[in-house]
Design a binder for this molecule. Structure first.
Ligand SMILES: Cc1cc2nc3c(=O)[nH]c(=O)nc-3n(C[C@H](O)[C@H](O)[C@H](O)COP(=O)(O)O)c2cc1C
Length: 198
């Protein structure tokens, strides 16, 4: 089994990165001999989408200019990493009720017409099928379990549909919540790790 671990927090002591690593450890224990590739989007950010990229993806590969080819190369690389994976572990800190811009840039490079989804007779069809995804989500506050803050959560309610759109429909959400709340913080990570069954 090949595991792709995406990290999108810039913090050295990140809860989402630590939760992601613990999920990876559980997967390795359950599937000995598996391999892991880690992509750190915060320390090696992908560029925001520019016009040259948009032109490039709508130009046949053999007709792309060198600058279009260079821009599209980032997208090809991250899509190849997803294609190679059987399991994705995606870490995301909550920033202003949503995902980090580094993770959004990754999605902008991965969600690509004709490559990771296409339009067929029955509408859009995701092409990255047959993979399992664990979302390792960290937030300072609490958004699950009937919290009145649930309406402010644009992290899971965004990630699940956009991943489903490209065929990643088997998504398990794991939350380390209350990292800014002194009463909850000490147990937040272990509680999240314990909730994961691989
Ligand atoms: C710029 C910034 C924005 C944040 N926005 C939110 C927020 O909207 N809601 C929330 O519950 N926590 C928010 N937090 C707290 C983080 O979600 C929390 O520290 C979380 O543990 C970050 O993930 P990490 O530990 O993986 O870096 C924010 C933190 C920062 C630095």
């Amino acid at each position: 089994m090949h595991i792709l671990h995406i990290i999108s927090s810039p913090r050295a002591n990140s809860y989402s990165a630590r939760l992601g690593r613990q999920i990876v450890e559980k997967l390795l224990a359950a599937h000995p001999g598996s391999s892991v590739h880690e992509r750190d989007l915060s320390h090696h950010p992908l560029p925001h989408l520019e016009e040259v990229f948009v032109q490039g993806i709508f130009t046949p590969a053999e007709a792309r200019t060198p600058s279009q080819q260079a821009a599209v190369q980032h997208s090809d690389e991250v899509i190849d990493e997803v294609l190679a994976a059987d399991v994705l572990v995606i870490g995301s800190p909550m920033y202003n009720f949503s995902i980090s811009s580094s993770l959004k840039a990754w999605l902008d490079h991965v969600v690509r017409a004709g490559v990771t989804f296409k339009y067929g007779p029955n509408g859009p069809q995701g092409l990255l099928t047959g993979k399992k995804v664990y979302l390792a989500l960290a937030s300072g506050g609490v958004y699950s379990g009937g919290s009145p803050m649930a309406a402010y959560d644009f992290m899971a309610p965004y990630l699940k549909p956009v991943l489903g759109f490209i065929g990643l429909t088997d998504v398990e959400v794991v939350r380390v919540e209350g990292t800014s709340i002194p009463d909850l913080e000490p147990m937040a990570l272990s509680k999240a790790v314990d909730s994961v069954a691989v």
